[in-house]
Design a protein around this ligand. Structure first.
Ligand SMILES: [Zn+2]
Length: 232
């Protein structure tokens, strides 16, 4: 459950790439529109200039002035042609940019659907796990009800230091929490049903318990009284 908020964030994060692609494509179309306007203005300017020179050419007195005007007209017409060529390029680029906007928007919608489905799945899983957790917690409450409060406090304190584990089995004369040797007299006490004392591993501090049976009677008949009594 702890990982779910992070997973939802990660899912959202996946969308930022698709969103950035849409933004980039939209910016490119906006740039294209501005460029087209600029070029339209330029074309008009050069056309106006050419017209002005043409109008003037009827009124010139010298051949030289006429030639100079002709030169200006040719130049202005060449600029018109150049600007129109660039207009065409910009228009083609704009169409491409608009296609990119449509494509990136479609991708974003697809990603959003997938991410929403994933988020829903995570939320459902969260609800399910929360239910399991609540059930486990109330089961735990029920189980520990007979345990005295000071013992619970001790358990909580140790568990906090050991990633939720407060108990360690003593087996083969070893603490299974850390591998340290458990002294025989402690093992003896752990095996004693009448013992109410809590023993903790001297090395790791976990509360020791044992499931070890009382040693089985040896073949020659010697053995503990407890096992002897259950053998028949
Ligand atoms: Zn230990």
């Amino acid at each position: 459950m702890d990982s779910f908020p992070k997973r939802i964030l990660e899912a959202d994060h996946k969308l930022s790439g698709a969103r950035a692609a849409v933004t980039g494509a939209k910016e490119a179309t906006a740039t294209g529109v501005a460029e087209r306007k600029k070029l339209e203005f330029e074309v008009q300017q050069w056309k106006d200039r050419a017209r002005k020179y043409r109008d003037q050419s009827g009124a010139v007195k010298t051949n030289e002035a006429y030639k100079a005007l002709q030169h200006e007209i040719t130049n202005a017409e060449a600029e018109v042609a150049k600007a129109e060529d660039r207009q065409l390029e910009v228009m083609m680029a704009s169409e491409e940019a608009e296609r990119r906007v449509r494509n990136t928007e479609a991708n974003l919608r697809e990603d959003e659907q997938a991410i929403n489905a994933e988020k829903k799945k995570i939320q459902l899983l969260n609800t399910e796990k929360k239910k399991e957790l609540d059930a486990a917690l109330s089961e735990r409450e029920r189980v520990i009800a007979p345990v005295p409060q000071d013992m619970r406090d001790l358990y909580e304190r140790i568990a906090k230091r050991h990633h939720g584990t407060a108990l360690a089995q003593a087996r083969d004369e070893q603490c299974r929490g850390c591998g340290m040797r458990v002294l025989p007299h402690i093992l003896q006490m752990l095996r004693d049903d009448a013992n109410e004392e809590v023993y903790r591993c001297e090395s790791c501090g976990l509360i020791l318990y044992t499931l070890e049976p009382i040693p089985a009677p040896s073949p020659d008949g010697s053995g503990s009284a407890a096992s002897a009594s259950t053998s028949s």
